[in-house]
Design a protein around this ligand. Sequence first.
Ligand code: ARG
Ligand code: ZN
Length: 900
Amino acid sequence: MRTDQPVTIRRLDYQVPAYLVDTVELDIALDSERTIVEAKLGIRRNPASTAPRMLVLDGEALEFILATLDGQPVTPVIADNRFTLADVPDSFTLVTVSANKPSANTTLSGLFMSKNGFFTQCEAEGFRRITYFPDRPDVMARYRVRLSADKARYPVLLGNGNLLEQGELPGGRHYAVWDDPFLKPSYLFALVAADLVCEEQTITTNTGRTALLQVWVENGDLDKTHHAMESLINSIRWDEQRFGLELDLDRFMIVAVSDFNMGAMENKGLNIFNTKFVLANPQVATDIDFANVESVVGHEYFHNWTGNRVTCRDWFQLSLKEGLTVFRDQEFSMDMIAAAAPNAAVAASGKAVKRIDDVRTLRAAQFPEDAGPMSHPIRPDEYQEINNFYTATVYEKGSEIIRMQQTILGRDGFRRGMDEYFRRHDGQAVTCDDFVAAMEAANAHLGETADLSLFRRWYSQSGTPVLSAEREWDGNTGRLTITLSQHTAPSVSQPVKLPLHIPVVIGLLGADGADLPLRLDGESGPAPTERVLHLKEAKQSFTFTGLPAGEAMPVPSLLRGFSAPVVLDHDLRVEELAFLMAHDSDAFNRWEAGQQLMLSVIHARLRGEDAGLQTSALVEAMHRTLEADLDPAFVEVALTLPDEAYIAETLDVVDAPAIARVRDELKRQVATGLEDSLRARYTALGVALAAAGEYRPDPASAGRRGLRNLCLRYLTEIEGDGLQLAREQYAAATNMTDRFAALTALAHAGAATAELADFFQRYENEALVLDKWFTLQSTAARVPDGSSQPFVLHVLGLLKHAAFNLRNPNRARSVILQFCMNNPRHFHADDGSGYQLWAEYVLRLDSLNPQIAARLARSMDRWRRHTPERQARMREALQRVADKPELSPDVREIVGKALG
Ligand code: ARG
Ligand code: ZN
């Protein structure tokens, strides 16, 4: 639907459906030019509805052919993507026949074609592009579907649930009938008809049921399915153990498709995945790709309970399933890392590294979103286009809100709450409030701790709170008072922000660096060395007693493990940060202290100060970290400077190229200061990895490779043998992680012409690897040969490359989105050329695929924070897009809010 009048949908306008659908029988005759869908719906009036007796179905881009009600022809009114039939009975069978054209569907929503067949994507509102239906998640029905298609071209026919029968048809066609025994909302419907092959395996669940697991891919990709299969089995086992949740189907399928708008989709029993999150082997995938496959396979599998068995009442509740499922996949990845560790210390460090990665994502993506024009609570109050709300806020901040409930209730309490949630709501479409109510009810015996009434505000209030801490130390009596206060900046839709319930995990370090016992004033008995402070008011003081009198003030370690999604405005001195960096028993906060030190140097330099002393203190501290006997994966994150997006968020006025310059300078200084240690570590890790034998993507070896490649990266920042080492590593690499890391180091140094050409030739036929090749060049600090060619010309060259294809979302993202979102120094070029490119491609993409166009559009969200000259040019580009009369509602909403 294209319109100039944006329509806003509001959460509080929710009405129960007027009619319910109990059964859905579909007969889908697949044809690229004209697919015919016959739908037989068993419909009845919803006793809970008081709406007029009028049946309203959604339908989009459909050709209406005919309809009958209880066998009698009827004539619906079809207008504005609605099918309306007045005066329907209380209970009836409606049959509709409609047609659609998959080959023309470039939106990749509904039924579409990818090179080797037919695929679907129905979340959020794609089912209405397949047939007329009340396309909303609170209408749950039983589905049976008969698929038919040309047998030679589409030999595999897949649907949700169980395969009932299949057979031949005249004219070279064949059919299959699939039946899903579970009630489901229409957004979980899926079908696949394609030329595919699979890896399969049967497993036995914890109660002894057997299930068939399949990973379906294109012919030629069977050498890349193993890791996905292993991840699926691990996911099934983990959900049994951690949450007592069992696979409920006889068959669970994963299908990889190369044209896909998102990462993956949890359709019941038939998950459809972007190839990027299925295909992996050491030759084509990096350690990070391996970890991502595991995490996304887990995420989609975990949706089978959190999303499918219990689903969302309406789309405002999206975080009910997404925040919870992200939390579950994060916990799964952590537990997998811990399980692979040789001892408890390595397990703890590995878990902290995963937590650090997740927090970096939150800070780089969600914090800016929550401070910009698209700021919304994890349960939004309104939207124009729901597809625009599959955001870092709903997903990643949503996960933090779940994590805080676990912190408040404890792991056992949280598990009790989950059990209660399924006991109450299995088979239902419910709300975020229902989830919190189950958590509370299951933990009522804990008294005040389980009172989440104030905590609920996290669901309704947007913005990132700033948490400030002040300290008062009485050295004579050993009393330390910590005063915590919170403030959330007003936003357009919420001018007044209220205090939230913030769980602040805290420790206190004594002079020797060890944790001190934490006894609050008035308490007696044993004192823990770490505890949760519950900040519930704008300002609250907590006094600890019995601390070593006559000594210096203990150093507080606040917000351990990042116990709440807030900005911590600390008052720690540089020496205290260095102390925490060296001694904090919480690995997350050891890392965080280092990041804060780095930030303070970067800030000083951006102000034009030379910050020499601070820089040497930082370089020394980094040196100690590199030389210490620590988990390599931790050393890698600890030696990585804060990324440009996070630095930008800590500033009032953003000069993106200046941030990149200052960050580069600091990187060179670190490299110079640590040069010998970096080279020694690079060599030693190389020897250790070679001795360990064949490549494996396990956390320990991935950690070693990660640190070794970071050393390489630093060494290529300075004069010396860095480039030589990188060239050697590129040529000698036996896995994609090392080869791509070497190529990356060369590309950022502007010395990659030969290797980029070689890489292209080697992987010409590996689409996902070519995506990396495009991404690297679009996000590089320099053009490949290091010349002074304007960077945007290089990007234009990539867009004209024979292997570039705007219709393939992965490829489109690899150049245009990557450049606009992840290359701030060149995107914000002084002449505004980046912004012009942005406008042109938002418009081009919008006529093909509004969801991808709207994602790209969001790279201008924070335009008001840039320097005045850049702001003017950005506004011009935004206006150019806004002035286009025919815009999708998706892009219209984003640019409207940005300019509004
Ligand atoms: N439910 C899917 C997942 O997170 C993502 C669906 C995204 N849909 C969309 N319209 N953007 O696993
Ligand atoms: Zn999800």
